[in-house]
Design a protein around this ligand. Structure first.
Ligand code: UDP
Length: 242
């Protein structure tokens, strides 16, 4: 069930992945990076679009979350490490700055977007911001059509799972090039509105715990998507043995 999706995950380490991103940008490739967490994988079993997206040739899925890395290991798939959406967003800003590429930001609250643009201007002066739109507009399709016209090299969409991925996928055919990523809450963090977990939590693979403690409303979502997910993976493993 999950095995075929987990087998499609990017298996190498983060540094190699970042190097690949660099090359994709130089070659002006068209790719969607899906930061797959248990929630994304669960959606792929009920949502046909997410399922198609994960099987698409333009998609690269990386394991965002220790739950996915563990699940892969249980099913004997060697995924080196977690690559978080926020790390990808930061790296694309670095690379975009270095390579003088263009970028479009779509998502998050208005005040978050304002501060994000300030940070980008200061920290990444060579990146060309071709457009920015907060994530609380009524007509998301209109924004996507706007992005198509601008032909950016990098498109970061922060609208939450799975809407961000579905929206990108809906319009992917219309783009000739671009690295597209659904980055969840990354704009909140990069803009300074939200704090990421302290490094020690990240190192010990406990970032999920930090998020639950600081945002208790996430607990139900965590149980539904993570605990149940690992139980399902274990069941799948048992079936394989039979
Ligand atoms: N968001 C948005 N429009 C919406 C709903 C959410 O722009 O209609 C933004 C929200 O402000 C936040 C991001 O989407 O910046 C989702 O963040 P979250 O941490 O929930 O992401 P996830 O856990 O889904 O990766």
């Amino acid at each position: 069930m999950y095995k075929e999706k987990l087998e499609k995950l990017y298996t190498k380490d983060k540094e190699t992945f970042f190097n690949d991103l660099n090359n994709m940008l130089i070659k002006e490739e068209k790719k969607i990076i899906v930061t797959a967490n248990p929630e994304t994988l669960k959606y792929s079993t009920t949502d046909n679009i997410i399922n198609k997206l994960l099987n698409d040739k333009n998609t690269i899925s990386v394991a965002d979350g220790i739950g996915v890395v563990k699940a892969a290991k249980i099913l004997k798939i060697d995924v080196k490490e977690r690559i978080a959406g926020i790390d990808i967003a930061n790296e694309l800003l670095e690379l975009g700055n270095k390579l003088k590429k263009s970028i479009y930001f779509f998502g998050a609250k208005n005040e978050v977007m304002d501060d994000l643009l300030k940070v980008v201007k200061e920290k990444y002066p060579n990146i060309k911001v071709v457009g920015a739109q907060n994530g609380y507009v009524k007509d998301r399709d209109k924004v996507m059509n706007e992005i198509i016209k601008k032909e950016p090299d990098i498109v970061l969409v922060a609208l939450g799972i799975p809407e961000q991925e579905k929206l990108i996928y809906k319009y992917l055919d219309k783009f000739k090039k671009g690295i597209f990523v659904g980055v969840g809450g990354s704009f909140d963090v990069i803009s300074g509105h939200k704090k990421r977990a302290p490094k020690i939590f990240i190192k010990l693979n406990l970032e999920w715990l930090y998020r639950i403690v600081t945002e208790p409303s996430r607990l139900k979502r965590f149980y539904k998507n993570n605990i149940k997910f690992i139980l399902e993976i274990k069941k799948e493993k048992k079936k394989q043995k039979k």
